[in-house]
Design a protein around this ligand. Sequence first.
Ligand code: DAH
Length: 361
Amino acid sequence: MNDLDQLEKQLLDEIAAAGDEAALEAVRVSALGKKGSISEKLKMLGSMTPEERQTMGPVINGLKNRITDAITARRTELREAAIAARLERERVDVTLPVAKPAAERGRIHPISQVIDEITAIFGDLGFEIAEGPDIETDYYNFTALNFPEGHPAREMHDTFFLEPNAQGERKLLRTHTSPVQIRTMEAKKPPIRIVIPGKTYRADSDATHTPMFHQLEGLVIDKTANIANMKWVLTEFCKAYFEVSSLNMRFRPSFFPFTEPSLEVDIQCDRSRPGEVRFGEGNDWMEILGCGMVHPNVLRYGGLDPDEYQGFAWGMGIDRIAMLKYGMPDLRAFFDADVRWLEHYGFRPLDLPTLFGGLSS
Ligand code: DAH
């Protein structure tokens, strides 16, 4: 084998062994660059005799052309392999469902949604939101609401009591949102127009009761507030909340220590279709809240003179009206933190309920 054949074989081996374009370029420079092995051979043509040049010219140029072609072919091969590898790496399975961004996947819990809806409605009627502590004293939860010591109504509340402190005072988890009535009367002068959404607690658990639940309390105090005003406010609320244009309500006499007279309110509904309740139509009634004129003793406990001020109040279960509006059959599921339940019953986070934009659209 002469040295040109040997050079050709060596270069072809190097070309075949080049693993990427940079290695291939190094081989090209070593053969065809200014000082490359083939370039050196070409330079030698100049110092040859015309006869030698005639035979060696085509031989060396032939070698140069074959090596150039081999490099071009290997480069194409390397590029295609690189593209194929990248496509494999970046492969997308178009049959997979599109993953939604977190802001679209998250859901607002129906209780939060209903509190937002209620707030929008009462905000529109000119009410403010008031809040109070979940851990209450016996005084605010019972005494100041005109529950006399030892009165049986205290027992009906299935109260969770905390351990007594050093002074023997036993705090409790508030059994209703009504203590915030007293706290508000102590903090501001009438006119008072507030709603109080919040957590409440009673030792009770079945399909429609959980130990923690939510209430919405309302309180209006001024010099002339009366039952007709109360009836109007509650009717407007129920129409807006249940998104119906008219709704009959029935007021029945009842008893609460903190109101006199006390009433329970039923709303008109239709239960003739199985598994469905419609409001604002039909011949059935469903109880949804308790209310009444604030008892003079409660005004006194709140630091107001009952000869100067009067007012009305109501309380209702938020969980219950959420179940009624959105058809959720079991209250316990509200607090199970099951993502599948939340995906089904939850609300899209950016759809804020407003009266002009729609409450539950
Ligand atoms: N606090 C009562 C309860 O939890 C509900 C209630 C009834 C609140 C009548 C009121 C009211 O303000 O006037 O059962």
